[in-house]
Structure formats: structure tokens, C-alpha cells
Design a protein around this ligand. Structure first.
Ligand code: BGC
Length: 763
């Protein structure tokens, strides 16, 4: 195995041209080799929910064929599992496939924050919540890398829209960046050390990510300890020399040597320090050799086995959104009409670079034929709609209505067609095709026991929600989605997915409705940290389904919420435990969600934020105690005064919740800050600010007393005496009064007299 020193030696033996050559790809998917020095070329492939290995006719839009592979559920689905172990297993499986196909790095996970449900690529991303996103991505990275294959978490960062993704600048303040958009990557990078990172196409506050030194070097490497290499998204290179200085190691795909020559030229003319190039090559080669030296030649791509894994995973991901009268699960002998094209041809993946050439696809109709407890003779099928164009086909609707009326129940397999959501463009609305909405209405009018199964990558509006009994969100569930859906419909397993994103009632309700997409290539994130449920809960808005929501075929009771202390310092940890019991008659899994709600404080914050979660399996009647450990970050916000995480002293509530809107149990704790934010008082500091500071208060009270000989009190008394202002009003006014105003309002106070006070305050 090559040591750090070996790699340094190797780089020292390379010519300038050879080193510059390592800074860009050989072609679409491969890195360059240097035969003379034993440096091999390695291959990377998309990602993220399966292998899109292209041998010929390469492209980054999923147009040309790749090898036959297995399409697993997309990120929108896997995040809903809230199950780290499951996502880790997915990573292991894909890692094994990569070894079998000699792919050094899988281009994923895709982990941008779902700022708006309109983003065309949300189906690949995990969540509107950075903690969920980071935890799920971390599990995936851990799984893949355990097979000695690299990952490339993407797209770093703030790539939250497809509209003008190659030129648009995502513009946000420092706190929003830290608490939401960087936080999505932070935990994953720190804990799992991804081998590579893919920088995004867009700009961040005006600077292309490929040449953003603050992001690629200061934050990623220096703060978070990233030690792999950064590659560009495909074609995201802007200025090669500047980006090398900023910390971008590899330009993908290759550029025919043009940018390599720019690097050589820059070293020769002194605008680029050769040491920067050397370091970049070392970082890159470390990873190349990590793969090559740990190559597993025995690995096999088990298509059939992985297909089964894809089905099992999807079963754990689907979210049962509604289940009136416990209509689901169906007994095996129920006569059910399967309606809708997706029962036969499921929509199970999204368009673009993640598009997998599935070796087979399992529809719900196929699965009904081979699952043991489903009797095929009890199922009839009517196509209902064809999504080639959004137009109701009266003949298809009539057949569907007749089939539904003649059956005991109807299941409509609906959702979004391919062209409604894809990489490369955003959605314009949250509607399903009109022909599908009309079909659901028509079927529900004749069949009271109507169930809708949704195949979509992002939230949709459901104008028919009150007319159907149940809704099962299958998301884009991978090539085995049909089997997974039927297993849930007929109760072979109990649904256990929870929404990792809010389903709003309508597009106009979404936090960035007025700004999403931006103008003239500036996309201003003016909703700040109020993304997703942070916004809806803080505004107490009604939504269609809240973040964290999901039903089960069994029921759970929560009890005995305990914290190991009532008060703690910010550097101490808090242990929280809660008992969860399966009170129903079947086995099931529950996602235990812990939110923290600050009570008071001087900073504008969301009413609650998810700080911990766990998924547990419970047999009927079984109780488990779930334990969480919270550290400083549970209470902290990003302070722009100290450019660091900061905890305000005060009360915080630990909330155990069914979802972001439904709190089941809560317990207060008091947290003491141990970090003093240095304050500089000026004549414009308000009395409120001074009095809020313990030292300031003491100095101020003493000084004012001495200066005015009680005249401040006199002024207060006289104002109150005239009956215009009561003491509360007075206190409020004083609170907001800058120090300098004492000169105008307190007899005897002069600017000169305030000078020693300021000095004492700032001592
Ligand atoms: C996508 C990346 C992908 C790359 C290579 C780009 O268009 O944004 O996610 O990995 O193409 O296909």
C-alpha cells in the first residue's frame, strides 16, 4: 500500500505536463493514466440509485444506453425509510456492483436540500431537513466505501434548482448557508470521509462553486477535514487555474488537454504556484490508489439478488399517507380493480444522469401473479389513462369506472409522468396530470373503497384527497416497486416510511414561492433558514401532510420521556430516553422523532428543529426504550458575530413527535452558554442591549446613578406623572433607547460624561 511519502515521491518524479494532465479526465468517465510512473486510469459512473456505467457513446443526460443494471429506489424514497441501516445496505450493494464492474467511484449520493418542491431533481435528493439529508447520505457513503469504492456526494453546494443551474447564483446569508445548505453535507463529510466530492454547476453568492475557495478549501478541507479530491460536475469548469487554486482537483469530463495547457502556462508564467498543483495531484492520487490497491476481483454483480434487495428496500420506504376505515391491508380474497397505466408499467425512476438501464422491471400486476397471498383471479385491470399526452381517454375512463364498480375495491396507480419532473428543468406547478385527477374522481364516485398509489418524485396537490379512502406514496421506487407495493397493499409488511419533506396544500404556500428560480440568474434565498417544516410550523400553517408523517398497520404509544438532567452546560451532553410500545396486533416499525424547541432567546429561529431520530421494529405488545444523546448542536444556531455555532442560555423543550406538527411528549431543560460573544458598546448601543449583558448592567446602573443623581428616575417619574406613559411603556421605550439619547432626555448627562461609562462598559 502506498504511503503518503510514496505518493509525494511519485508526484515529485512527474513532469509539469504529467501533473497538469491529472487535473482533467481522459474522456467522459475515466481519469488519465501515466504509464511511465505506474499511475492507472480509473473509471467513475453515475449514480446514485444504481449503476449507470456507459461503455460507449457517453453522455451525462441519461440518453445513451448503459449496461444492464439494477434500479434501486431513488433518494426521495430511501430518505423516507428514515433507516440508516437500510440505506447503508443499499450502499454496500451498490459498492459491490461497482467492484464487479470496476467502477472506482459512484457519483452520488445526491444530497441537495429540497428548498422548493418544484426542483426537477428533487426525486434524487433526500430531504428538506439538513439533518435527515446528512444522516441518509452518510449511511450511503459508509455502505459504498465499506466495499473500497469511492462516493461523490453532490452537488456541493446550494444547487437547489434546475432552472439555469449552470449560470445561476444562489444567494444567501451566512447563517442560512451554515444551518441549512452546508449542514446537509457537514455531518456526512465529518463522520464518513467521502473519497471525493462533486462541486455543483451554480454560483454561490456570485462565485462559481468550482472556484469557490471558501467552500472547497476553507470549509470542506480545513474545517471539516475532507481529505479526498473534488471533481467538477460534468462541464462545470469555469476558470481552470483559479479553480485549482480554490481546491478543485479534477475537471470532468476531459477537455482535450486545453485546460491542462492553461495550468502548465500558469506555472511557467508564475501566476500559479507549482506547490498548489503538487498538492492537488497528491490528493487525487491518494484516492486513485486507495481504489486500485483494494480492488476486489472476486466481486460479482448479482442482478437477481439485488433486485430482491431493491424490493425489500422499497417496502421500508413507502409512506402510507391516509388509511380511512383501515381499508388497507386488503384480505387476499378481496376482488380488487387495479386501475391506471402504472399498475402495468410503473414509473419508478427519474430522467437524466441517474437513469438506469434496468435489467427487468416488476409491475404491481406482475407481482400480483407471483406473491403467495394474492390471488391473481381476484384482480382485474383497467388502464384508465395513458400518459403520452395529458388528455382523458373516455373509453379508458369508462372501462376503469366499470371495473371499479364491479369490484370490492379499486386501487389507482397514478403519479407524475416522466416529462413532469426531470434533471435539467424545474416543475411549474404541483399538479398531477388532469387526466389522472379526473380518473380518480370518476372512480371514487362509483367505488367508495378507492385507494391511490402514487409514483412520483416530489409532492403533488391532491384535489381528490377527501374522496378516496387511502393513499400510499410509493415515490420513484426502483425497478421492483410493483412487488413492494403489492406486499404493502396485502399486508405482507406494514408500511413504515415517513415523509422527509412536507406536502403543502398548494404551491403558493411554499416558503420560497415568491423567489424560487430567481431573476437574471440571481436566486435570492430570502426565506432564510425557514425551509420546509421550519416555515410551515413556525407560521402554524395547515399542510396536506406534514414532514415526518406516515401511518402504519399497527399503533404505537409513547411514554416515560426522561432526560438525565434538567440543566446542563453547552459542552455537556444530554441523554434523552422514551418508551415506545406497539399497541396493535401486528409487527411494525416506528420512526421516533426528537425535535428541539427554543423557548425565548434573542435570535429569530424556527419553532422546532429535528435533532435526532431512530427507526425501531416492535412486535405486538413489545416496548423498547429509545435513547438519544444530544450535544451542543442541538441547541445552537450559527452566530454571524463570532462566525461559529453559538448557544443562547435559556430554556429549550425536548419534543417527541409523531411528525413535525404533532407533539406527543415534551420535557423542558435549561442550557447554559459557556461562550461569551465579545460585545463592543458604542453610543448607539441600546439600554436594552447593555442591560441584557450582566457586566453591562452592573456598570450601567452604577454609572447612571452617579451621573444623574437620580435624575433618570426623575425623568421617568415626570413622564409617568403626566399620565401619557405608563411604566410598562416607559420600560419598553428605555429598552430601545440608544445611550446617546440620555444626553437629550436626562438632565445633566453630557457626551463627556458618557465617555468614562463607555470605557468601563468595554473594559
Ligand atoms: C449531473 C451529475 C452527474 C453528471 C454525470 C451532470 O449533469 O448533474 O449529477 O453525475 O452529469 O452524468
Amino acid at each position: 500500500m502506498k504511503t503518503e511519502k510514496d505518493i509525494k515521491d511519485l508526484v515529485s518524479r512527474m513532469t509539469l505536463e504529467e501533473k497538469a494532465g491529472l487535473c482533467s479526465g481522459l474522456d467522459f468517465w475515466r481519469t488519465k493514466e501515466a504509464e511511465r510512473l505506474g499511475i492507472p486510469s480509473v473509471k467513475v459512473s453515475d449514480g446514485p440509485h444504481g449503476l449507470r456505467k456507459q461503455d460507449e457513446a457517453a453522455d451525462h443526460l441519461g440518453i445513451n444506453e448503459s449496461i444492464k443494471a439494477v434500479c434501486f429506489p431513488a433518494g426521495c424514497a430511501t430518505a423516507s425509510s428514515f433507516d440508516r441501516e437500510l440505506v447503508r445496505e443499499l450502499g454496500e450493494t451498490i459498492g459491490e456492483e461497482c467492484q464487479a464492474e470496476d467502477v472506482s467511484t459512484i457519483l452520488g449520493p445526491a444530497m441537495n436540500i429540497k428548498r422548493s418542491p418544484l426542483c426537477g431533481r428533487n426525486f434524487e435528493y433526500y430531504s428538506e431537513d439538513p439533518f435527515v439529508s446528512s444522516e441518509m447520505a452518510g449511511a450511503f457513503v459508509n455502505g459504498v466505501q465499506s466495499k473500497n469504492v469511492g462516493t461523490s456526494p453532490k452537488h456541493f453546494m446550494a444547487n437547489n434548482q434546475e432552472y439555469h443551474r449552470m449560470t445561476s447564483s444562489s444567494e444567501m446569508d451566512e447563517r442560512t448557508m451554515r444551518e441549512i445548505y452546508l449542514a446537509s453535507f457537514e455531518g456526512m463529510v465529518k463522520k464518513e470521509k467521502p473519497w471525493t466530492i462533486m462541486n455543483s454547476y451554480n454560483k454561490l453568492n456570485g462565485t462559481y462553486l468550482c472556484e469557490n475557495k471558501e467552500m472547497l478549501t476553507d470549509v470542506l478541507r480545513n474545517e471539516w477535514g475532507f481529505d479526498g479530491y473534488v471533481m467538477t460536475d460534468w462541464g462545470a469548469m469555469d476558470d481552470r487555474v483559479e479553480s485549482l487554486k480554490a481546491g478543485c482537483n479534477l475537471e470532468m469530463p476531459g477537455s482535450g488537454g486545453g485546460t491542462d495547457r492553461e495550468i502548465v502556462e500558469a506555472v511557467k508564467n508564475g501566476t500559479l504556484d507549482e506547490a498548489v498543483l503538487d498538492r492537488s495531484c497528491e490528493e487525487f492520487l491518494n484516492i486513485v490508489f486507495r481504489y486500485v490497491e483494494n480492488r476486489d476481483e472476486t466481486a460479482v454483480f448479482h442482478h437477481e439478488k439485488d433486485h430482491e434487495t431493491a424490493r425489500r428496500i422499497e417496502e421500508e420506504c413507502m409512506v402510507l399517507l391516509k388509511n380511512e376505515d383501515q381499508i388497507l391491508p386488503f384480505p387476499a380474497d378481496k376482488k380488487v380493480a387495479f386501475i391506471g397505466k402504472y399498475a402495468e408499467e410503473p414509473r419508478y425512476q427519474g430522467g437524466g444522469s441517474s437513469h438506469i438501464n434496468s435489467f427487468k422491471v416488476e409491475s404491481a400486476l406482475d407481482a400480483a401473479g407471483f406473491l403467495e397471498n394474492v390471488k391473481k383471479e381476484n384482480i382485474v385491470y383497467a388502464k384508465g389513462f395513458d400518459d403520452a399526452e395529458d388528455k382523458a381517454d373516455e373509453k379508458l375512463v369508462k372501462e376503469a369506472v366499470e371495473a371499479a364498480a364491479a369490484a370490492d375495491a379499486a386501487v389507482i396507480f397514478a403519479g407524475l409522468p416522466d416529462n413532469f419532473e426531470s434533471e435539467g428543468y424545474d416543475r411549474k406547478h404541483l399538479k398531477m396530470p388532469e387526466c389522472q385527477n379526473a380518473l380518480i374522481e370518476a372512480v371514487a364516485a362509483v367505488q367508495p373503497d378507492t385507494v391511490v398509489v402514487l409514483h412520483n418524485g416530489a409532492p403533488v396537490e391532491m384535489p381528490w384527497i377527501g374522496k378516496v379512502k387511502a393513499v400510499l406514496e410509493a415515490y420513484l421506487g426502483g425497478q421492483a416497486v410493483g412487488g413492494a407495493v403489492v406486499n404493502i397493499l396485502y399486508g405482507n409488511s406494514s408500511p413504515s416510511g415517513r415523509l422527509a419533506e412536507t406536502f403543502p396544500l398548494r404551491l403558493q404556500d411554499t416558503p420560497c414561492y415568491l423567489n424560487y428560480g430567481g431573476e437574471h440568474d440571481h436566486s435570492v434565498y430570502s426565506e432564510g433558514v425557514f425551509v420546509g417544516y421550519r416555515y410551515y410550523t413556525s407560521k402554524e400553517m395547515e399542510v396536506l401532510f406534514p414532514f415526518g408523517h406516515g401511518l402504519s398497520y399497527t399503533s404505537f404509544a409513547y411514554d416515560n420521556l426522561k432526560t438525565d438532567r434538567k440543566e446542563l452546560k453547552e459542552s455537556e451532553t444530554l441523554t434523552v430516553s422514551v418508551d415506545v410500545t406497539n399497541t396493535g396486533a401486528r409487527a411494525g416499525k416506528e420512526v421516533v422523532q426528537l425535535y428541539v424547541a427554543p423557548k425565548g432567546g434573542t435570535v429569530i429561529r424556527p419553532v422546532r428543529e429535528l435533532r435526532a431520530f431512530d427507526k425501531i421494529a416492535l412486535e405486538p405488545g413489545e416496548t423498547k426504550t429509545v435513547t438519544f444523546t444530544l450535544d451542543k448542536r442541538a441547541w445552537a444556531y450559527w452566530s454571524t458575530e463570532i462566525h461559529d455555532w453559538h448557544v443562547e442560555s435559556g430554556e429549550y423543550e425536548i419534543q417527541i413527535a409523531k411528525n413535525a406538527q404533532e407533539i406527543l411528549l415534551s420535557e423542558p431543560v435549561r442550557v447554559e452558554s459557556e461562550t461569551v460573544i465579545p460585545k463592543v458598546f458604542t453610543l448607539n448601543s441600546t439600554i436594552g442591549e447593555i442591560m441584557a449583558d450582566p457586566k453591562g448592567k452592573a456598570v450601567f446602573e452604577q454609572a447612571v446613578g452617579a451621573m444623574s443623581g437620580g435624575s433618570a428616575q426623575e425623568m421617568k417619574d415626570s413622564q409617568e406623572g403626566n399620565g401619557v406613559i405608563n411604566s410598562e411603556m416607559m420600560a419598553a421605550m428605555m429598552e430601545a433607547m440608544p445611550l446617546r439619547q440620555l444626553i437629550s432626555f436626562v438632565p445633566g448627562v453630557t457626551k463627556e460624561a458618557l465617555a468614562p461609562l463607555l470605557e468601563a462598559l468595554n473594559m
